[in-house]
Write a protein that binds this ligand. Structure first.
Ligand code: SF4
Length: 68
């Protein structure tokens, strides 16, 4: 089930700090260059808080959580 939220990534803004993936590795993954990606932008039900925490922790503001 989806939470009705999705992750929006501003890839050029990502500098590969990896904080998002530390906080919420279920959603935020890092590619071989350390840049964030998601397998599925839809946030699973029950993961809303952690998805938001991971997005809010990004020093580059490269992640946003929006209505799906
Ligand atoms: S915390 Fe931000 S800058 Fe760091 S990997 Fe995640 S999206 Fe990229």
């Amino acid at each position: 089930m989806s939470s009705g939220l999705r992750v929006v990534i501003d890839k050029p803004a990502c500098c590969g700090y990896g904080i998002c993936a530390e906080i919420c590795p279920e959603i935020y993954k890092l590619d071989e260059n350390g840049i964030v990606y998601v397998d599925d932008p839809l946030v699973p039900e029950g993961m809303e808080e952690r998805a938001r925490e991971g997005a809010d922790a990004c020093p580059q503001s490269a992640l946003a959580i929006k209505a799906a």
